[in-house]
Each structure stands twice: as C-alpha cells, then as structure tokens.
Ligand binder design. Structure first.
Ligand code: NAD
Ligand code: UDP
Length: 393
C-alpha cells in the first residue's frame, strides 16, 4: 500500500482510496492513540477525535509544533453519555469508530453498573445515529465475549482439551460461555455481547454497514496507566501495566490464582494495521466480525511474568529480584465476583481471507519494545516519588 505524501493509496483490490472523515470515539485511549498516529502519519484521512481525555494524543494535537497533519485532526472533548454534539459529528463523518468503554477487568465485578452502562447503554446512540444517517460503523467489542472455552469444562487431563474444537475461538461457530450472574466479572462480556447482537440485527434488518472487532489482548506503549504516576495509586490496570508497575517499583509480580490462565498477546502496531485495512476496504470488511490477535504468542500469565522479569532486567540494567513473583487469590486481588477466561486463541480464517492480514511481532520483541518504553517513561518519576521523605511519622 502507498503511504501519505504519495499521490494515491490503493485498497486491497487496487482501487484508489479516497480520503475520508472518521469520527473516532474513545480516540484518547490506548488503541485510539495508536490509531490516530497511524492515520496521521500514513494516510490523508481526517479524524474527529472524541474523548473525555486527550493526554495520550496531545502530541498529535499541538498546532504550535507545526505538524503537517494539524488540519486533519480535531479534538472534541465530550462524554457520549450526555452530549447532543455527538450526532452532528457522526453526520459529517464517512465512518464512525467506537472505542469508548470501561474495559479494565478490576472494574467489572466492582463497578458492574458502570461497566454495563458504558459498554451497552452508552453505545446505543452511536449505533442509532449511524443507522439513521446511513453511516458505516466499526465497533470495538472484545475476545472476552467467548467467555470460557468448551474444553475448560472437561477434567484437567482429558485428551479432548488438546483438540482445537475444544479451545479455538471462531467468530461464526464458537458459543459464548459466561459464568453465573453473581460472578459479576461477566457484566462486561455480556454487555459487549448484547451490543454486538444489536449491531448485527441493525445490519440484517436495516442495512447498517458495520464491522465488529474482537481484540485479543492488544498490548504496547501507552496501555492504561502506572498507579500513582499517571493514574490513581489504588487503581488496578490490565496485566501489562500491573506487571510493569511491579517491575518499576522492584515489587513482586502478583500471580492471580496461580497465574494459570492463558492469553495470546499481540503488538498494538500489528493490530492497528488490521484496523486500517478495515477502514480502507469497506466492501471486504462490512458485515463481518473479526478476531484480531496473534495465535502464535500464547503464554500462561506465570510465563508472561517470567518473560517480563527477564526482559525488564535487560532493558533497565537492574538485576531481577531473587523471587520475582508471589501468588495471590483472585478474591484478594479483585474482590468478590471475579472469574476468568481460561484460554484465548483466535481463529484467524476470516481476517486472513477478507483482509489478507496476519500479525508479525513475536511476544519477546513486543515486550522488549514496550518495557523499554515503560522504563524510559516512568523509571525516573517512580524513583523521585519513592525517594520523597514521608510526611507522616
Ligand atoms: P482505553 O480505556 O485505553 O480507551 C477507551 C477510551 O474511551 C478512553 O480514553 C476513555 O476516556 C474513552 N471513553 C470511555 N467512555 C467514554 C465516554 N462516555 N465518552 C467519551 N469517551 C469515553 O481502552 P482501549 O484498550 O483503548 O480499548 C478500546 C476498545 O477496545 C474498548 O471498547 C475495549 O473494550 C476494546 N478492547 C480492547 C482490548 C485491548 O486489548 N486493549 C481488548 C478487548 C477489547
Ligand atoms: N493478572 C495477574 N496479575 C496481575 C494482573 C492480572 O495475574 O497483576 C491476570 C488476570 O487474572 C488474568 C490475566 O492476568 O488472568 C490478564 O488480565 P488482564 O487484566 O490483562 O485482562 P484480561 O485478559 O483478563 O481481559
């Protein structure tokens, strides 16, 4: 594909791509910030960036820096829960991308109402305005929608657990298996499932042109926050930031319920390439639900902790602790109502066929890049904070 500056960018079928205006809701978050960068650095599209925060995209917004893209990105500070400006922004855009959500697991069981409102109710007007104004929608769902694997219900040593039909997650075949209602962890997955069903139904009954993205643990720089530095001290971000925080502070990494859960991690920049293909190839992307992950990067959380410990020692030059991890119960770490997905391997058939996309970056490489960034960004701030004399006796 051609890059910005060249006269013509071509889609996957060799047709010129016309510059479009994109209303990106949640543009100030982790994924949004990388997507804004990609669109500014490598395309001629315009972004109406909607969020309540702009910290992670401020480097793209400051006009005094004279960026060549400054006329192509506008920040709109608004909360989509209650702001009548949203419809106007969707109306003047060719495409809406909705990333806005509460999406940190520590919130699902402790703030289930906020989680459900954020992931279902607040997304309703976005879908409605897209339908009423005949606008395309790319909606961000989650891999968590699959819940637990079928194999998880078999005895631990059962041979069928090794058969792909018992664990591979396929968009058009795999059932969504959540725990009981009092396991409020599943409030997020359930709200995401309902908005997926609504979008799918709007597509079937009213012709909404949509794509649904199911991210499988996208990680990289700017993910979440480091507690006590750029987020609340008592906040619990996702695992990459939790472990980074522990490493930066020379604390033990906490393994929830033994760290046995398995995840596949994908580098944010690989994943962003997949989203760009959805944006620029509407005929191939519309009407589809896409798993976006890296099936080759599977580890248990315990293995992730070991890799991050080793890589952080390398990038920081500080030797690892003799005992770098400690086991904690999920009750202790997340509180009542937590539950977990056991294993998440994305089937890649649909995205390979429709968008000719595959992830590239190994887990080692993506952790090395990300931990180098974490060290450069936070190590000094943490040293300063921890060396301050205590004000209490
Ligand atoms: P994030 O929390 O970094 O970004 C979400 C952004 O949405 C934040 O900047 C937040 O301020 C904004 N937002 C939330 N509610 C809003 C509102 N009412 N009005 C305006 N802005 C609002 O999360 P992320 O990792 O970038 O995730 C983006 C999307 O992808 C979410 O829908 C999430 O559920 C989904 N997802 C991400 C991952 C992943 O691996 N990162 C995995 C599964 C699903
Ligand atoms: N986890 C952990 N220690 C931490 C943070 C998370 O063991 O400090 C585990 C968590 O229980 C889950 C996995 O890491 O099994 C991934 O958690 P994350 O918050 O990144 O999100 P998830 O993949 O569950 O959506």
């Amino acid at each position: 594909m051609a890059v910005a500056g060249e006269t013509v960018r071509l889609d996957l079928d060799g047709r010129p791509i016309k510059p479009m205006t994109i209303c990106m809701i949640g543009a100030g978050g982790f994924i949004g910030s990388h997507l804004c960068e990609e669109l500014m650095f490598h395309t001629q599209h315009t972004v109406l960036a909607v969020d309540v925060y702009d910290d992670k995209i401020r480097h793209l917004l400051e006009p005094e820096n004279g960026h060549p893209w400054s006329s192509r990105i506008q920040f709109h500070r608004l909360n989509i829960k209650h702001d009548s400006r949203l419809e106007g922004l969707i109306k003047i855009s060719d495409l809406t991308i909705n990333l806005a959500a509460i999406c940190t697991p520590a919130d699902y069981n402790t703030r289930p109402l906020d989680t459900i409102y954020s992931n279902f109710i607040d997304a309703l007007p976005v879908v409605k305005y897209c339908v009423e104004n005949d606008k395309r929608l790319i909606h961000f769902s989650t891999c968590e929608i699959y819940g637990k694997t079928i194999g998880w219900f078999l005895p631990k040593d059962h041979p069928l657990r090794k058969e792909p039909e018992y664990y591979m997650l396929k968009e058009d075949e795999t059932p969504c298996i959540f725990g009981p209602i009092d396991k409020q962890r599943w409030s997020y997955a359930c709200a995401k499932q309902l908005i997926e069903r609504l979008i799918y139904a709007e597509g079937a009954e009213n012709g909404l042109k949509f794509s649904i993205v199911r991210p499988f643990n996208w990680i990289g720089p700017r993910m979440d926050f480091i507690p006590g530095v750029d987020g609340p001290s008592e906040g619990v971000p996702r695992v990459l930031a939790c472990f980074s925080n522990n490493l930066l502070r020379r604390e033990k990494l906490k393994l929830v319920d033994g760290g046995e859960s398995q995840r596949t991690f994908i580098y944010i920049k690989d994943a962003i390439e997949a989203v760009l293909r959805m944006i620029e190839n509407p005929d191939r992307a519309s009407g589809h639900i896409f798993n976006v992950g890296n099936p080759n990067n599977e580890v248990t959380v315990r293995q992730l902790a070991a890799m991050m410990t080793e890589i952080y020692a390398k990038v920081s030059g500080e030797p690892a602790l003799d005992e770098p991890t400690v086991d904690v119960s999920s009750q202790e770490f997340y509180g009542e109502g937590y539950d977990d997905s056991d294993k998440r391997i994305p089937d890649m058939t649909i995205i390979k066929k429709q968008l000719e996309w595959e992830p590239k970056t190994s887990l080692f490489d993506l952790l090395e890049t990300t931990l180098t960034y974490q060290h450069k960004t936070y190590a000094e701030a943490i040293k300063r904070a921890t060396s301050k004399p205590s004000t209490t006796n």
